[in-house]
Structure formats: C-alpha cells, structure tokens
Design a protein around this ligand. Structure first.
Ligand code: GRG
Length: 302
C-alpha cells in the first residue's frame, strides 16, 4: 500500500508515533500463544494489519499540545486503537458491510470465521478497558483515569459510534436529509476521533479552556475525516486503500458525495480542516503537530 504524498514533516511525525503506538500495543495486548490461542491470534491479526494509528496519534499529540508527556496518554492511545479495531472487525462482518479486505489483507472473519471474528472484536473492546484500568494507573491519578474511561465508553457506545453505525445501517437505501447525514458521520466516525483528542488532553492535564480548544479542533477533523473517506470510496483505488473501493455506492450508503455532490463535499472537507487549524491558535506553537495532522487528513489516499 503506497504512502500518500504528505506535507513536510508529517510523514516523520506519523512514522515515529506509529512505532511508539505499535510498541505499546505489543506490550498490552494478550500474547499470540495465550490460551486459547486462536482468539488471541485473531485479535492480533487485525490490530497488526497496518492501520494508520490515527486515533492514538491524535491522543499523543493532544497530550503534548497541552504540555503533557506522551507516555501519560499511551494507555489511552492503545485502548483507542483496540476499540477502533473492534469496530472495523464488526463493520466488515456479513451482517454489516460484508467486506473481504481491510487494511490490505483479508478481513478477520474471512480468515478465522465469523464466530471467532465476533469474539475477537468483543475481546478487543473489553481489553481496551482493562488496559485503561491497569496500565494507566501507573501514571495518572484515579480521577483522570475515570474521566478517560467515561469519555471512551460514551464515544464508543450507543450515543456515539454504535449509534452512528446503527443509523448508517437503518438508513441504507433510503433518501436521507442533511441533519441525518451529519448525525451519522459525527457519531459513526467523529465520536471516537473527538474522544481521542479529548482523552489526550485530559491525560496531559488540560485546563477546561484548552479542552474546549481541542474539542473544536477534533470535531472538525472528525467530520472532515469521514467526508474524505466518502470521497476516497469513489475516487480511491482498492489497492491503495487496502479495502474494496466503491462499496458505498453499491450499497446506496448515506455519504456526503451522494447527498451534496463531490465538489461540495471537497469544499466542505477543506473548510472544516481550515477551521480545525484555526481552532488551534490559542495553543500557539504547541498546536503545530495537530495542525500538521489536519493536513494529513486532507491529503490522505487511504
Ligand atoms: C461495528 C460498532 C461498529 C462500529 C463501526 C468505525 C465504524 C463503525 C465503521 C467503519 C466503517 C468505515 C470504513 C468508516 C469510514 C471511516 C473509517 C472509520 C475508516 C477506517 O478508519 P481508518 O482509515 O482505518 O483510520 P485504519 O485501518 O487506518 O485504522
């Protein structure tokens, strides 16, 4: 899978952060041979399939943007990637999107069967919270840990990502209006991205005002990310994206291009990313890496 052409410096930030996140995942996931081996193999198969690690990287950069040490946000970063990977495994199942490829390889259920894939997703979601209670305890005080757990639980649940996914499924094949589309995108994808930035800020000891700045940024990046994803589903190549292109169109999915056209979708994504960068101004130079990440979201090819 080819890397996108990235604005200066972002490629290096992403590569280094991905390496750190992968090390943490390696440390905190169950081992390949842990009993029973098949379920742990399936969990690790999907986690180490080459994701961008966008959500954990957002958490680490948000933590640093408010003066924290990235190590303080690492348990939350790893937990976010576990929750994200669970959502992808379940999203690919025959009962949902029924996809054969994800992250450039065969989907979890195609390799391990549906039952084990469902369980691998369940176990990743559960393990994420175990990591938050165990490993995070070493660095953060209990109130910080509790806030992080609450943020991630709310974002992943039926008032967040699961709610968005449910609405997405219920809306398939229907005419949908713009408010419904906005709900769908801000919940299915936006909620976990918003939580990633916020928990990074909380881990870094953000003041309330700093948290508001980060939240404004995150909400715009989260929505732009999903609009870009909708556009890539039309314009992207299957090989580059690592999943089957054109599947939204085939399933008559509720997407930005379907509701407002490609040009308007591109314009809205660019506008949201500009607003996201603007929102970071109060953080000064410390917001530079998050601003660069907004550029990455706008330029990504997969
Ligand atoms: C099944 C509860 C449940 C939720 C699924 C996230 C989600 C909700 C579905 C994924 C469907 C999808 C492909 C949405 C588009 C945006 C998105 C989340 C893309 C995948 O995220 P990336 O691009 O993936 O960050 P990598 O592989 O890089 O981690």
């Amino acid at each position: 899978m080819g890397e996108p052409e990235l604005p200066g410096g972002v490629a290096a930030i992403l590569a280094e952060r991905r390496r750190q996140v992968d090390e943490a995942l390696e440390r905190w996931l169950p081992r390949q041979g842990d009993h029973p081996p098949k379920i742990h193999e399936a969990m690790r198969y999907s986690v180490f399939a080459g994701g961008k690690r966008l959500r954990p990287i957002l958490a680490l950069l948000a933590c640093e943007a408010v003066g924290g040490s990235p190590e303080d946000a690492m348990p939350a970063a790893a937990a976010l990637e576990m929750v994200h990977t669970y959502s992808l495994i379940h999203d690919d199942l025959p009962a949902m999107d029924d996809d054969d490829y994800r992250r450039g390889r065969r989907t979890c259920h195609r390799v391990y069967g549906e039952a084990i894939a469902i369980l691998a997703g369940d176990a990743l979601l559960t393990h994420a919270f175990q990591v938050l209670t165990d490993a995070a305890g070493a660095r953060l005080p209990p109130d910080g840990r509790l806030r992080i757990i609450a943020e991630i639980a709310e974002a992943a649940g039926s008032r967040g990502m699961v709610g968005g996914q449910a609405m997405d499924i219920l809306a398939e094949g229907c005419e949908i209006d713009r408010p419904t589309l906005l709900y769908l995108h801000t919940h299915k994808t936006g909620a976990l991205i918003r939580a990633s930035v916020r928990v990074g800020g909380i881990a870094g000891g953000a003041e309330e005002e700093q948290l508001q700045v980060l939240t404004r940024y995150a909400e715009r990046v989260g929505l732009a990310f999903q609009i870009v994803d909708d556009i890539l589903d039309i314009e992207g190549a299957t090989a580059e994206m690592g999943k089957t292109a054109g599947s939204d169109l085939r399933r008559k999915k509720a997407t930005y291009p379907a509701v407002m056209g490609l040009e308007e979708s591109r314009r809205q994504a660019a506008h949201l990313l500009e607003e996201a960068r603007d929102a970071l101004r109060p953080l000064g130079e410390k917001g530079a890496s998050l601003a660069a990440l907004a550029d990455f979201v706008g330029s990504r090819r997969h």
